[in-house]
Write a protein that binds this ligand. Structure first.
Ligand SMILES: *Cc1c(COP(=O)(O)O)cnc(C)c1O
Length: 233
């Protein structure tokens, strides 16, 4: 039932937009500073198409196997594709074919692989350094001390453009201090790279705290699209 799904998605968008508006008002920020990325993982290309019809411009995916065919299905739509999941170097070439922004750059080998792939594809990839805010948990991301060198590496690589930083809040902890730390790391990156203004933080459960700490890009799945079924990998 396309009409019913469209209505559900419209309701999801309205709810998230209300939360963004309230969080921006509370933080004295302009809503225009915020880009809402719909994380469409596990949902079909038909949902991406409906979201685009409802005015969303940015979509995110976390697995190449799923993202590649979906992006191909939706190639006629004016969308910006964000790759937000952990990325193996052997997938860099595939991802460089459809992604516009890669949020999960956390090691120098990946910088090299993405640069080679982007040059080969004749594309420019905007890359964010993924920062680990809980160094023991292993949810991906570079330790804070490695961030400046990675940022310099991206900025100097052919085919890549440094967009800024990204993080996922630590599981089961208050996200606010983690997002404050991310804001500090982002400010440090901007000292050498003033155009690297993206701070990708905030998901369905913590977008208010992310906005309060200066996030520019929110990656929202569940609150827009509904619950995901568990994926067996
Ligand atoms: C799935 C995912 C999201 C969206 O999570 P929700 O809690 O469903 O909003 C955001 N960022 C990354 C990296 C993800 O993998």
């Amino acid at each position: 039932m396309t009409a019913q799904r469209r209505a559900e998605l419209a309701e999801g968008i309205a709810g998230v937009r209300d939360r963004i508006a309230a969080a921006c008002a509370a933080a004295d920020r302009d809503e225009a500073e915020i880009t809402l990325i719909a994380v469409t993982k596990t949902f079909p290309a038909s949902d991406v198409r409906l979201l685009a019809g409802l005015g969303l411009t940015d979509v995110g995916e976390n697995r190449d196997q799923e993202a590649r065919p979906k992006a191909a299905d939706c190639a006629d739509l004016p969308l910006t594709w964000h790759f937000v999941g952990s990325l193996q170097t052997n997938k860099a070439r595939a991802v460089a074919g459809y992604a516009d922004v890669v949020h999960s750059v956390d090691r120098s080998r990946l910088v090299t692989a993405l640069s080679d792939a982007a040059v080969r594809a004749g594309r420019t990839l905007r890359c964010l350094v993924q920062v680990s805010l809980d160094e023991e948990e292993g949810r991906g991301g570079a330790p804070v001390r490695d961030v400046p060198a990675l940022a310099d590496g991206i900025a100097g690589a052919d085919g890549l453009e440094l967009g800024g930083v990204m993080a996922v809040a630590p599981l089961g902890a208050d996200p606010a201090p983690a997002f404050t730390r991310l804001a500090e790391v982002a400010a440090e990156v901007r000292r050498n790279h003033p155009d690297a203004s993206i701070v990708s933080a905030g998901m369905s459960g913590d977008l208010e705290q992310a906005i309060a700490s200066g996030a520019t890009h929110l990656r929202v799945g569940t609150a827009l699209l509904g619950g995901r079924r568990a994926i067996v990998r």
